[in-house]
Design a binder for this molecule. Structure first.
Ligand code: GLU
Length: 479
């Protein structure tokens, strides 16, 4: 086993965000490929914005994606005492100081800088307070925050994705790591946790770049070893903006309800940021684990596209067995009132064959219901455009005659059906399509679908003939 230890640290203030899902996947692949450990840490220090329901939802969504963890979930809210020890250490070392400036004073300074068109940075008023002055304020119960004393010079690190990153420390103000109510802030807590948990590699979204410099400053202030950092390109929406909570794509917990397979989502999200040298797209999770390398992570921001994800989904649908798909489709057919549990259990092979027939063109699981309901229930209506074109008066007789011939057909197979239909078209001097389309509309209510002969063979003689006669009657009465 390698020494690699990575983590995912979601904040349970919402559902599993697509960016966090992608970060989780990349960390998981990294750990699995290198034989390392993957840890789940829940960043729930913001009690007002965190909830148990969200923790459960995030855990369920990660599990749905096929992600497992070797340690955790570890909850930050249970680790307050640990953070306090490190805050004390930071103060004792002189690398942090108490700041008693009130928010009004700070706001006035900020406003002043804005008027003068200067960049605002905290002016270190409290850095130079004497020990006595500090003690007096503490004795008086004056509220204070704790700021890191940012040293002179620069902060630099080698990003696993972006290469050498450097920031001048003069551009970083003495930032707050602990509020006046003694609660520590994100950057501080992350450093303590990552150190305490032995995290060797911190891989997360590029929106954390600025935090990384501050975190490195905290590592040095606490004299702790700095882990490796790797930042992942951001995921944008179609308007080229960072995906926000308002975007439909934001909530990865919802993809399953929209007919996406977890392995397709896993595959698609991995490729939003990572690619192999040969630009191959479709991978199973096992294949991704094998092929993954952090060097394949690109720098360019990626764009989330439901159409593209549907394409991946279609490819993964093809990789699944008819039986596995049937297990997913059956409850949807029951929910749509197309069939019953008993009806499907007793015709499981028929369901698998239906799935086999529709599988090539389905890109979401719902397609099996939308495009295959007629295999279980006769159509209750016909596509109106199709009716206009195909249900012309002369087709009533044609459908009936063809129904008679189909009924007499032995065996009732693709080839026999084709010969019969083509034979009749020839007799009547019609194009094959002039019979195919009305038959399809009669039997399915739709104008498109899988090969007509295949679907008729599967549906069976009796059902096919009955539906064609019903359509003939419909043409006589209604058209
Ligand atoms: N809770 C942070 C987030 O979800 C974690 C950032 C980190 O990985 O350090 O963005």
């Amino acid at each position: 086993m390698s020494e690699i230890r990575v983590r995912i640290a979601p904040s349970p203030s919402g559902f599993l965000h697509v960016g966090v899902a992608r970060t989780a996947i990349i960390n998981w692949l990294y750990a699995r490929k290198l034989g390392g450990q993957f840890i789940l840490r829940v960043e729930d220090t913001d009690a007002a914005r965190s909830s148990k329901e969200m923790v459960k939802s995030i855990i369920d969504s990660l599990t749905w994606l096929g992600i497992d963890w070797d340690e955790g979930p570890i909850f930050q809210s249970e680790r307050t005492e640990i953070y306090q020890q490190y805050i004390d250490q930071l103060l004792e070392s002189g690398n942090a100081y108490r700041c008693f400036c009130t928010s009004e004073e700070l706001a006035a300074k900020r406003e002043n800088a804005r008027e003068k068109k200067l960049d605002y940075r905290y002016d270190r008023t409290c850095l130079n307070l004497s020990a006595e002055a500090i003690q007096k304020k503490l004795d008086d119960g004056t509220p204070n925050v704790i700021r890191v004393k940012v040293p002179e010079g620069e902060t630099a690190y080698d990003d696993m994705v972006y290469g050498r990153m450097v920031k001048q420390n003069k551009d970083i103000e003495d930032f707050v790591v602990c509020r006046s109510d003694r609660s520590p802030l994100y950057n501080f807590v992350v450093v303590v946790d990552d150190y305490e948990m032995g995290i060797t590699d911190v891989i997360r979204g590029n929106d954390h770049q600025t935090n990384t410099f501050k975190q490195i400053l905290i590592y040095s202030a606490l004299s702790l070893p700095v882990p490796r950092f790797g930042h992942l390109p951001l995921i944008f929406n179609q308007s080229k903006k960072k995906i926000s909570k308002r975007d439909k794509a934001a909530n990865a917990s919802d993809y399953g309800n929209e007919g996406f397979l977890p392995e397709a989502v896993f595959n698609y999200l991995t490729l939003l940021g990572w690619s192999s040298k040969d630009d191959r797209e479709v991978y199973t999770v096992a294949e991704l684990t094998e092929a993954f390398s952090i060097t394949g992570v690109g720098k360019a921001n990626a764009m989330f596209d439901f159409v593209k994800m549907s394409h991946f989904n279609g490819e993964h649908i093809k990789l699944k067995s008819n039986h596995d798909l049937a297990l997913m489709v059956a409850p949807l057919l029951i929910e749509a009132d197309v069939s019953t549990k008993y009806g499907l259990e007793t015709r499981w092979h028929y369901l698998m064959d239906v799935i086999g027939l529709l599988k090539d063109r389905a890109t979401v699981i719902e397609h099996f219901v939308e495009r295959g309901g007629y295999f279980f229930k006769p159509p209750t209506e016909y596509d109106p455009k199709g009716v206009k074109k195909q249900f012309i008066p002369e087709n009533a007789d044609r459908l009936e005659t063809l129904a008679d011939r189909f009924e007499a057909l032995e065996p009732f197979t693709h080839d026999g059906l084709e010969t019969t239909l083509k034979g009749m078209a020839e007799e009547l001097e019609l194009k094959t399509g002039q019979l195919i389309h009305p038959v399809r509309l009669s039997v399915t209510g739709m104008t498109t679908g899988p090969s007509l002969y295949d679907l008729l063979e599967l549906m069976g003689r009796e059902e096919t003939a009955t539906r064609m006669r019903v359509a003939a009657r419909y043409i006589r009465e209604k058209v």
